[in-house]
Design a binder for this molecule. Sequence first.
Ligand SMILES: Nc1ncnc2c1ncn2[C@@H]1O[C@H](COP(=O)(O)OP(=O)(O)O)[C@@H](O)[C@H]1O
Ligand SMILES: [Mg+2]
Length: 267
Amino acid sequence: MIENGGLDMPRPIPLPDGHGAGDAVIEIRDIEKIYQLEGGPVHALKGISFTVRRGEFVSIMGQSGSGKSTLLHVLGCLHKASTGTFLLDGVDIAALDDEQLSRIRNEKVGMVFQKFNLLSQEDIVHNVALPLVYAHVPRHARLDLARGALELMGLGDRLHHKPTEISGGQSQRVAIARALVTEPALILADEPTGNLDSRTGEEIMGVFQALHRMGRTIVQVTHDREKAEYSQRIVHLKDGLIEKVETVERPRQAPIVQLGAKAKSLN
Ligand SMILES: Nc1ncnc2c1ncn2[C@@H]1O[C@H](COP(=O)(O)OP(=O)(O)O)[C@@H](O)[C@H]1O
Ligand SMILES: [Mg+2]
């Protein structure tokens, strides 16, 4: 059983942004993204470089329009950058065609969204199993893996509930289970607490901190300074550029979340 947030736990040592680090999950250099619109091009990212090493928990912050979602979509292989280089877990993304890009996305990235993006007609175990359909995992194994991921999230007794039958915090934990089920190299979250009340949001930060302690690599986008302080490093974006990279000396500690506890369901 993994405990998170105990003050006696050793703090992870924040790593410097190591250029050319061997164990980088994300290595981007001079990334630009230009949207071609009828009214003219929009230069959403203007030359972004940074590295995220395996096991880091990093936040991307910035005002609306600063390019956070665009950057997250590039990192999640939903869009390709217009120029620049991007190594994802050692794979050169610029060289891939669209089909290879979707395969890499499915294999290496788990995404968590503000609005959960669950299929309302399917029960939660089938929602969590869905990425494994695309990965061609046989049905029986899919459901076993999905059950395991939901048990990790404390939802082992809700497998056949529909998304409409659970709370917002539980829905986000289902979405996190779905992001984890393929054992991705990277978890990306876009405003994961944006639709939650502050207590539930803090609980979700506790889940991310627990996953971080298990060695997961997590990048979240947030406009909320407090949420960013649960991570180790904050990349500040402004007008499509990195304004500064800040090390969080003493990350906030969310209340203890016990992953794997059988549905002592937090809310
Ligand atoms: N699909 C798109 N097509 C055209 N322009 C876009 C698109 N997505 C974002 N933009 C523009 O790119 C800039 C950055 O947007 P975005 O990445 O959504 O920022 P943030 O998530 O920080 O609010 C904005 O000027 C926005 O209008
Ligand atoms: Mg956005």
